[in-house]
Ligand binder design. Structure first.
Ligand SMILES: *Cc1c(COP(=O)(O)O)cnc(C)c1O
Length: 382
């Protein structure tokens, strides 16, 4: 067996769409990016969607255009991919880390008021591994203190909080199309918002700060002299990527369904194994299972690192759970203790989960888990 942690779900449809885009003669940001944005906005229930080159650049653009800069603080969870905090630093602002709730691995709303200062401008929850953070509780705090709420929704396309999809909650939300996420365009990102002015400024920001788009200039029947009212960046997605993204959108519901059914199988099989703890998904949440994690408890006969090593020997790739940003060298200036984050990052691991994972492979993974953690249960169920 050779089971990776993730495989993107790409097929002939994406291949042919990319070829069509290349043959069309328009390869940079153009009509297909517009179509991808429209489909995305409609799917999540947002008024506007603005495509970018990645979720990292989406976060940077969203923060910068919202006016966040030097001297400002943005509250983020430390248990996240490093890009969450980096995007704040890219704006010249300071990330302030908060601890998480061990049940969901998401920002703990009860910790927020303790770290709000005069410099705080925004709270940036992460929907970790696709599981929506407690948006209502966080929104109550941003409303009370007059702060912005910008969601790092890198992994959360297709997930819903209280029946509304992530991206459709009226906040600014940033998504990723890296191959490790739910749908992919190779690299790519998307920002959703209901604010027309913010969307317009984001479109300019990603296009060198230019007052007109390439498409507008191309279609114009008179000479247009562009203007540059502010400094921008080149964060444009290509039409080749958007062509792939449009095909991925058509498959999104199938992908999420499949991921959920694999997660349900893991839940059922692993719940009887001692020494590990599984995620408990709150009733008001619809989870896309971008990742499936387990916590290896102190009572387990093998440690998390030993378990990952044994898995590798058996041909199953294993990844540690999510990192703790504040423990990395480049954030050593922010060193302080976040006990739940530190426990979770040390004791969790991710299991293989992707739509093309076969039943045979799935059974093999759970059988290995039982063999390593509960040898007396072997053959009990399969
Ligand atoms: C993957 C990820 C990012 C970065 O996304 P890119 O598209 O690779 O820039 C940011 N935040 C979180 C939580 C992620 O999981």
């Amino acid at each position: 067996m050779n089971i990776p942690v993730a495989i993107p779900f790409l097929g002939r449809e994406e291949e042919e769409a990319a070829v069509r885009a290349i043959r069309s003669g328009w390869v940079t940001q153009g009509p297909l990016v517009k179509e991808f944005e429209d489909r995305f906005a409609e799917y999540v229930g947002a008024k506007y969607a603005v495509a970018t080159t990645s979720c990292t650049t989406a976060l940077h653009a969203a923060l910068a255009v919202s006016g966040i800069g030097p001297g400002d603080e943005v509250i983020v969870p430390s248990l996240s991919f490093i890009a969450t905090a980096n995007a704040v630093v890219h704006c010249g602002a300071k990330p302030v880390f908060v601890d998480i709730d061990a049940e969901t691995c998401n920002m703990d709303p009860r910790q927020l008021e303790g770290v709000i200062s005069k410099k705080t401008k925004a709270i940036m929850p992460v929907h970790q591994m696709g599981l929506p953070a407690e948006l209502d509780a966080i929104k109550a705090i941003t409303d009370k203190h007059g702060l912005l709420l910008i969601e790092d929704a890198a992994c959360a396309i297709g997930s819903a909080y209280k029946g509304i999809r992530i991206g459709g909650h009226g906040n600014t939300a940033c998504f990723s199309f890296h191959p490790r996420k739910i749908i992919t365009t190779g690299e790519g990102g998307m920002i959703t918002t209901d604010d027309a002015d913010l969307a317009a400024r984001l479109r300019r920001f990603r296009h060198h700060g230019m007052s007109v788009s390439d498409m507008e200039r191309h279609k114009a029947n008179k000479v247009i002299i562009e203007q540059y009212p502010e400094i921008g960046y080149n964060y444009r997605m290509t039409d080749i990527q958007a062509a792939i993204g449009i095909e991925q959108m058509k498959k999104l519901d199938v992908i999420v369904e499949k991921r959920r059914s694999i997660a349900a199988y893991y839940d059922k099989q692993l719940s009887t194994i001692p020494g590990i703890r599984l995620l408990r998904v709150p009733d008001h949440i619809y989870h896309n299972y971008q990742s499936y994690w387990i916590e290896v408890l102190e009572s387990s006969p093998v440690s998390r690192d030993q378990l990952m090593a044994r898995f590798l020997e058996k041909g199953i790739s294993a990844r540690r759970g999510i990192m703790a940003i504040h423990r990395e060298q480049c954030y050593s200036a922010y060193a302080f203790s976040l006990p739940v984050t530190e426990r979770i990052t040390k004791h969790t691991m991710l299991l293989a989960l992707y739509p093309s994972l076969s039943q045979e492979e799935l059974e093999y993974v759970t059988r290995c888990m039982r063999e390593l953690l509960a040898p007396d249960q072997e053959g009990a169920s399969a």
